[in-house]
Ligand binder design. Structure first.
Ligand code: ATP
Ligand code: MG
Length: 174
């Protein structure tokens, strides 16, 4: 699975439609404090089915909607759209929308889809809302400080091959 593009509108500080191309390889997000780096990662987790407002640093899910500033009124909707290439190279577009007070819904290639199915879509790959391939600020130093075996485990999980070692062990036992 390969992420290609992330589009946001009304999501946290990304009030105007924002379009990010995700190039192949490792992507780093850098910028001054408060510019929205963590918000971007949260958008990526959110569109993949994150259900916990707490891990969005929010009290309730509506808090992901732009809350307004002195100069701009709050929004009633937030949209995040992730374009990706599936494991067989097929083009997929996952969209999650939320309306204040009305909850959120999902679309897969333009068709209404349940959260459960969106989560399943990401479940068997190295992606998903809790993917070790998404490394937040606090975890970078933890990865650097980790023991070699722990670091290897993290890298295998991020590469989506952690399950292979388990299956190999099972095969050896038999
Ligand atoms: P740091 O380097 O300090 O970690 P960062 O680049 O990760 O900063 P974020 O935490 O992504 O920054 O963005 C913080 C900004 O997002 C704050 O200015 C905060 O007010 C704004 N923000 C968060 N939620 C909303 C919201 N619902 N509506 C409007 N602004 C929001
Ligand atoms: Mg941050």
């Amino acid at each position: 699975m390969e992420f290609r593009r992330l589009r946001l509108a009304g999501f946290k500080s990304f009030v105007e439609p924002t379009d990010l191309l995700i190039e192949p390889g490792l992507t780093g997000v850098v910028g001054p404090n408060g510019c929205g780096k963590s918000n971007l990662l949260e958008a990526l987790r959110w569109v993949m089915g994150e259900a916990s407002p707490k891990s969005m640093r929010s009290g309730g899910m509506d808090d992901v909607i732009f809350a307004g500033t002195a100069a701009r009124p709050a929004r009633e909707f937030a949209h995040v759209t992730l374009s990706l290439a599936g494991s067989a190279g097929e083009e997929l577009e996952v969209q999650r929308r939320i309306e204040r007070g009305a909850g959120s819904d999902y679309r897969l290639n333009g068709r209404d889809t349940r959260q459960q199915d969106i989560r399943l879509l990401f479940a068997d790959s190295a992606t998903g809302a809790h993917s070790p391939a998404i490394v937040g600020q606090g975890r970078i130093s933890a990865i650097i400080a980790a023991k070699p075996a722990e670091r290897r485990q993290l890298l295998e999980e991020a590469a989506g091959i952690a399950g292979l070692a388990v299956r190999r062990r099972e095969a050896e036992i038999r």
